[in-house]
Ligand binder design. Structure first.
Ligand code: RIB
Ligand code: CA
Length: 310
């Protein structure tokens, strides 16, 4: 089977950077382009971080296109406490500034690429869905020609991570998440229910292969995020939220998916961005996504270690 052509839409932060590494080092995938969005950090930073990660990977020919600076209808809030103020563990100052500039116009780029590869393109979104929703608003018919859309976001049967019921990507831009969940796209949702089962320990990073540039970069870049998890989650490591979304595309057998009718709360004072799944046995609601409900965590971590930490 040929390589799967993918685009990634990212808010590069630390786990997005690790997801890019897994995608680019997975022979099953051909990364045709990356779009960036505000989320963990403002889009100027997520774009610079994406360019830096690609340079560290020797993948500087992959197009990077900057997108939305703010959510569709709300003020942006970021996650500097988790990812560092620069979005990559506050270590980017130790590395040369990226050699190239990104272009702009993420939504247009996504649509152009779909027109170029009708039915043969998978989009992996690991940040707030502002760019994806904008592309749907511009040409929903084109977006439905995606071979697949895999989204890291939401919390179905577990607590949220920015609120009791809300996950960060959907909470930053609930309006965008609602548009994406309601657009009838071939959507696979990778929620906290499974991403919080895949933990990269500091021990794994410390034991990583030769302390070459990439290994040193990973070790430095993850320190702030791991300290946050140590202080707030009780373990010395970090959840691999975004790398699992890539892993699901690399090897779908890593997860078990369940069709669900999922919609996004937008008006709740405490629940804006909540992914509301209709789990009632008698529900007649049509499914809107295939939700990953189980993951073979150990097998995914082995894949991640072999491809990123070696
Ligand atoms: O809730 C986790 C998600 O929010 C991850 O994608 C992380 O990078 C942040 O964007
Ligand atoms: Ca992300």
């Amino acid at each position: 089977m040929g390589r799967r052509r993918v685009l990634l839409d990212v808010d590069t932060g630390v786990d997005d950077a690790l997801a890019l590494m897994l995608a680019i080092r997975s022979p099953e995938l051909e990364v045709l382009g990356i779009t960036t969005v505000s989320g963990n950090v403002p889009v100027a930073r997520s774009t610079a971080n994406t360019l830096l990660a690609l340079e560290m990977l020797g993948a500087s020919t992959i197009p990077v296109v900057a997108g939305a600076a703010a959510p569709l209808a709300r003020a942006l809030f970021t996650a500097a406490e988790v990812h560092g103020s620069d979005g990559l563990g506050d270590v980017t100052h130790r590395y040369p500034a990226p050699l190239r500039q990104a272009t702009r116009g993420a939504a247009e780029f996504l649509l152009q690429m779909i027109h170029r590869h009708p039915g043969g393109l998978t989009l992996i979104a690991t940040g707030p869905l502002t760019n994806v929703a904008t592309a749907i608003q511009r040409d929903a018919g084109a977006m439905r020609r995606l071979q697949g859309l895999t989204v890291m976001g939401g919390a179905i049967r577990v607590s949220g991570n920015v609120g009791p019921t809300t996950e960060f990507n959907f909470a930053v831009d609930p309006e965008a998440a609602a548009i994406v969940l309601g657009a009838g796209l071939p959507l696979t949702l990778v929620p906290l229910d499974v991403t919080e089962q895949v933990i990269l320990s500091r021990k794994m990073v410390d034991e990583a292969g030769s302390a070459g540039t990439l290994q040193g970069f990973i070790r430095e870049m993850t320190a702030v995020t791991m300290a946050f998890h140590r202080d707030h989650e009780g373990f010395d490591g970090m959840f691999l939220h975004d790398p699992l979304a890539v892993g699901v595309v690399v090897d779908p057998s890593l997860v078990r998916g369940q069709p669900m009718a999922v919609a996004i709360e937008r008006r709740g004072e405490l629940t804006a961005g909540m992914a509301v799944a209709d789990l009632r046995r008698r529900s007649q609601a049509a499914p809107t996504a295939t939700v990953c409900v189980e993951v073979e965590a150990a097998r995914f971590l082995r894949l991640f270690q072999e491809r990123v930490l070696q």
